[in-house]
Ligand binder design. Sequence first.
Ligand code: FES
Length: 185
Amino acid sequence: MNEHTYKKESVHHSGENGRRNFLKICSVVLTSLIGIAYAIPLIRAFISPAMQDTVTGSSGLFDIGNTNDCEVNVPRKVPIKGIKIDAWNKFPTTAIGAVWILMDKDKKFTAFSTICPHLGCGVDWDEDSGRFVCPCHDSYFDIEGNVLSGPSPRRLDTLETEIKQGKLFVKYQKMKLGISEKIPT
Ligand code: FES
């Protein structure tokens, strides 16, 4: 074998090796992609329940108590209690939120979410000024939930109410934050 033939052989071999390495890398990448494609639904099935809290009430309605407990035009804060279920646990009756209940002189009830529509802080009732106040960024709302000032993009969220046998029930829902429309999450 002369020097010229030897060089040609060696170039030929290194080309073969390069192709083999390239095919090996392709097969490893392909196998990994197939593995990931199979793993994603499994991982999602395992993790997603942990990210979902389900709260049960009787058909979404929560018992707020006796309607006689309210005074005219004095908002009353009432805890919402329900059975909370996360990924793998069912908790006994737990406070899962709260609502402001307002009764007007005609005994008409309005339920407001206590969650500020801006970024979700708790809204308080300030008896002295007769306004709802969110202390986080100073949003103020009148007794009907309308925005008086501050960054809240919408009025306080009202929740559906129902009276059954002298008891008030509220459909407790959380709404999307930071937007002008009231949209359940
Ligand atoms: S969270 Fe209420 S004003 Fe920002």
